[in-house]
Design a protein around this ligand. Sequence first.
Ligand code: IMP
Length: 435
Amino acid sequence: MPGTAIIGLQWGDEAKGKIVDLLTEQNEIVVRYQGGSNAGHTVVANGAKFKLSLIPSGIFRPHVQCVIAGGVVLDPAALLKEIDSLVARGINIGSNLMISDRTHVIFPWHHIADWMFNNIGNDEPIGTTMRGIGPCYEDKVGRSLAIRVGDLFRPDFKELVEHVAGVKNRLFLGLTDHCDNTMRIPGLDAELDAEAIYRQYLGYAERLRSYVADTTNYLLDAVDADKRILFEGAQGSLLDIDHGTFPYVTSSNSSGVGISGGSGVPSHFLKKIIGIVKAYTTRVGGGPCPTEQNNDIGQRIRERGNEFGTVTKRPRRCGWFDAVAVRYSARLSGVDVLSVMLLDVLSGIDCLQICTAYEINGQRIEHFPSQIEYLRKAVPIYETLSGWQEEITGITKYDDLPDNAKRYIKRIAELIGKPVEIVSVGSDRQQTVFV
Ligand code: IMP
């Protein structure tokens, strides 16, 4: 049984961490292959709550090898902080963590650029997590100013930092001339100090040295050895740089299409793709979200679902389940089965709505638009289902769910065209119903 992948099918925060954690038991390797410390995965292990950002969720199982593959962008300060806080809570992190030497490194100039481009002349900013993700991927694709984990150990690393910092200083100074004071990032008036940055990153490199490896070859060997590998997607398919709601997306391929590119593992090795959805919709940051409910329902979902960002603590925008969007992202990500999360959050709502089509410019549309301007105009066409009043957080058997909850799940499966395999009714491992 080789590769399995966990992919979010909405705009991120679908509670993927819980399913990854459940499946790690049956796998030998868990791989993060895109995104960076913009991601936030909450895992409840042995009754304790852990928030992960860069470290694969397999870290709580001692037999699992965790891999941060080359498609990730790595902020060493964020990773070391995460390692320290896990170690302080008794989690073993040693040779069970591997970081690709091909992974691109986030530097202070990426944080500055993230801040600047979100704020300069934007009516509706992307609303990034400000973790330097987009600018680091920009440098990766641009190549000339990119620094990878392997470069941290080069004899000429100092010269490399001096060169890049020098170029960035000139770019930023040019840009700040066009910014008013409200757009200035604190500290930007001072130039980037290449020497200080070099020393800081040299320190990080020493601490990271033992984790660094050629993970592409490691994973290809693992494939040859028929090892069981779990690929842990970050963010959600609708935030995919190429196929999501551009430009309100993240800078990596966060749908299923990114697995192979980010990890180096050929796609035919993947035998099962599990699409994770919430029983409703959430979105953080800018961009259209057709089923968003700016009303009591949205507020109720936010409170009951504790819909606040794991990384940035921002309140999430909440709304009804959007089957048009999820049907699209499930096909895009090659999903075999669905896992419906946070069903318990909908308990007590009399009537539930599912969006089955959009009306755009007076026409009924059943496919997800490729252009953001069309999506902005989309008026959801809803189907109404009866809700259930019972608390379901203690239910462990599918048959014990209220009939209306089962009807809701069945309708999601019909509309998406994929079976629902798992229903989650709470954050704990036990609060999981297998259909
Ligand atoms: P960035 O990834 O920080 O560049 O942010 C780009 C967009 O993706 C913003 O709308 C973020 O709110 C969103 N985003 C990034 N990471 C996550 C995540 O883990 N969950 C949900 N949204 C995310």
